[in-house]
Design a protein around this ligand. Structure first.
Ligand code: SF4
Ligand code: SF4
Length: 366
């Protein structure tokens, strides 16, 4: 059983300070390895890496491999649409960026309450259906970040969709904010196949604190923390694809191993691990970067939260963490430069009270 999809939201970079400086040579090798080991599904979106994600797919995948060798999924930025004409313009631009004439899977990107209203207003579901009918999109659906109740209403109104892309991982399975289990069950109730995103919660389940790692090692000291996170979601029967954003060859090799479904005994340990993680992760940021597109102050929000999480786990290490903060602040803006416009919070799929935590970041590091 391996349902892995290669997500192009986070890529290997040549300069860690520039998230869209992707490493073409390494990415070529990773794409080749993925295909050689049975992977087929690639995922991107208009806004990923300021558009460079689609270009990267065009260069590293489409121009180098036969079109029928892979499944390419892209997403309409419906939340940027201000007229029906926009839908077609974005779609045509995406085809050009990726060097393709059709997408195998085409989704509305990032539906939540507000974006769903826009999708209805600008007839975005009808647009996707037209693409499917004309052969420009093989299968259609949407990626989703909101409650299970709203998902139920959307799927009742739009039974034509094939896929729902959901944030699912063992840490969010019972989360009230993310509602991973309830959203998954809602999709199943409507007989939709599920594409899983954030199976490792932006790396949170790959780099876990020592006490959580010791707990997982009681199961098996060899396998990585990431492998348990991926096996958990791969075991869900209606999860057809599990997307992973991989940025090194080691991660690629680890992720592409054949996996067994998680047993009940392993699940019991994962629930305990989730408890430990909940208590040791101050900010549950997945580093998706959506907030960055809306910050007028150029504050590197996810990087600051990463440092703050490190500090919260090991307050005695602040002498090591503070210089990293100062270096970031010298290149961007200090956390205290936040003007509390809250654009970031409106656009955070994890519902993180960004301004609250930036105050804490400033309090600790400035
Ligand atoms: S509230 Fe602060 S961090 Fe958020 S977008 Fe506004 S200035 Fe940026
Ligand atoms: S704060 Fe929210 S939007 Fe910003 S990177 Fe983290 S999870 Fe994504």
């Amino acid at each position: 059983m391996n349902k892995m999809g290669f997500g192009f939201l986070r890529l290997p970079v040549t300069d860690p300070k520039i998230p869209d400086s992707y490493d073409t040579e390494l990415l070529n090798r990773m794409v080749d390895y993925f295909l050689e080991h049975g992977g087929r599904y690639f995922d991107t979106a208009y806004t990923y890496l300021n558009g460079k994600s689609e270009w990267a797919l065009g260069e590293c995948l489409v121009k180098r491999h036969p079109r029928d060798r892979f499944i390419l999924a892209d997403k309409l930025p419906g939340y940027l649409v201000t007229s029906q004409e926009d839908c077609r313009n974005y779609f045509e631009e995406q085809l050009k960026r990726c060097h393709v004439s059709y997408f195998d899977v085409y989704l509305l990107h990032w539906l939540n309450g507000r974006n769903y209203e826009l999708a209805e207003k600008y007839h975005e579901f009808e647009f996707l259906q037209e693409l499917k009918t004309s052969g420009k999109a093989g299968r259609i659906g949407f990626s989703y970040h909101d409650t299970a109740d709203l998902l139920d209403r959307i799927l009742t109104r739009h039974p034509e969709v094939d896929y729902v892309q959901l944030q699912i991982n063992y840490l969010d399975w019972e989360s009230e904010a993310i509602q991973a289990r309830r959203c998954y069950q809602t999709a199943c109730k409507h007989h939709k196949k599920v594409i899983v995103m954030e199976p490792l919660k932006g790396g949170t389940l790959a780099r876990i604190p020592a006490d959580a790692e010791r707990l997982l090692h009681t199961l098996d000291p060899i396998h990585s923390a990431a492998s348990y996170g991926l096996r958990f979601v791969q075991s869900l029967p209606e999860a057809e694809i599990v997307l992973s954003g991989m940025n090194s060859m080691e991660q690629m090799i680890d992720n592409m191993r054949d996996v067994e479904p998680v047993s009940d005994a392993e699940k019991a340990v994962l629930w305990k691990t989730a408890d430990l993680l909940r208590h040791s992760t101050a900010v549950t940021c997945t580093a998706c970067g959506y907030c960055l597109q809306h910050c007028p102050q150029d504050i590197p929000i996810p990087s600051y939260f990463k440092l703050y999480n490190e500090y919260s786990r090991n307050p005695g290490d602040d002498w090591k963490i503070r210089p990293a903060y100062q270096e970031l602040a010298a290149n961007y803006e200090y956390a205290s430069a936040c003007v509390r416009c809250r654009s970031c919070e409106k656009n955070c799929p994890q519902n993180i009270p960004v301004t609250h935590y930036l105050e804490k970041v400033a309090g600790v590091f400035e």
